[in-house]
Design a protein around this ligand. Sequence first.
Ligand code: URP
Ligand code: ZN
Length: 471
Amino acid sequence: MDKVLIKGGRIVTAVDDYVADVLFDNGKIEAIGRELNVEDAEIHDAADLLVMPGGIDAHVHMETPMGNGIETCDSFESGTRSAAFGGTTTIIDFAQQFKGESAKLALDRRLASAEPQCCIDYGFHSILTDVNPAVLSELPDLVNRDGVSSFKLYMAYPDVLMVDDADIYRTMRKVGDHGGMVNLHAENGIVIQALIEEALAAGNTSPKFHQLTRPQLMEGEATHRVIRIAELAEVPVYIVHLSAKEALEAVVEARDRGIPAFAETCPHYLFLDNSEYDRPGFDAAKYVMTPPLRDRECQQALWRGLRFDDLQIVSTDHCPFCFNEKAHGLLKSKQPGRDDFSKIPNGAPGVEFRLPLLFDGGVGGGRININRFVQLMATAPAKMFGLFPQKGTIAVGSDADVILFDPNETHTLTARTHHSNVDYSLFEGRRVTGKVQKVFLRGTLIVDGDNWRGKAGMGRYLPRSASGRIL
Ligand code: URP
Ligand code: ZN
């Protein structure tokens, strides 16, 4: 049925909060009003429910090769189904250029894998690992023809992903010329490598040394440095997975001077701290993500940053590896690092729990209001990455990506019932209030309580516009 009528819900966007009906027609929001009557529509009663735009997760890594045969354990299918159950209707994943490869080829490879599998809509940031004249000459077409308007560069992982400051500058100039956005993994990879070598030489091989060799100061230093390079190149810059107070201070300082510097943080930095690394044995490997979990002081600074818009987005950096090798094999698990923390695949899962966590801890916890919640989860990522107003809001003409959310239902976050391939959760056993009830993707019901109504391949690729000039 093309027409769907959502009756009597509380519509919450980044700026609105009122009770009304919403009519979807042919995948778009057709009308919003009181007491709408449409004869041939499928009707959903939303009394006592919040009606919000579907979430946009701007940082995920589905079926991503990490080198040495290691790969994240969610396919595009399992990962996007899991996202949908958590109220997310769009992901932006990555198309990583391997050294010597064309960035367009990398995009085509990811599109070919994603197309038959994705259950929700998707876009790609391009990751450049080999910045050379040929690849720089591809950027205009990637932005203007292929809809890839954001480019991620790594300041960490020397010899694998890291590019140097000159390449960062060159990329920024080119991307800036075409109105794109540059995303940075900001950590001083060279110093961190020296710390890792020092730790291993001293026989320190356990997972807690992942954290001890990636200090806050080196995230702060890299963040400060790269914002200065962006300032010189006159391009907006977006810091991914910001975790440290020192890094946030660099963003705040730049923003106060009118520099277009933006940043996201992730749920694990908001809800967990570095005491997790004191877990006995190899269990702490579950928390090996980069940057690592920080102290309570950082956590408080991040919440303050979210509240006052020093941080603009919450993404998950969903980068799942099973804890046990049995589930999906050694190379999709944390086990390759059992005897050496530097070999633990970096990354943690979380794509399904972003909305319930942020609603419970943010809105329920009195740290952010409900409009800010929608802004952080959907509207800001849509604007930051060139998807607005097609995505990220409830407005006439926008895609009918809508969730019905019960603000009062309490439930338990657990890997026993989540829909990802991964065999653990960072938030195992946490009780939260606020639960996704129904999810519509372009007007089609894909999640109905605990039931899956979507299909692999129904997600569509989203060419994104260049947002850099208007931020
Ligand atoms: O630990 C993480 N974040 N893994 C994903 C790769 C990256 O560093 O972004
Ligand atoms: Zn990541």
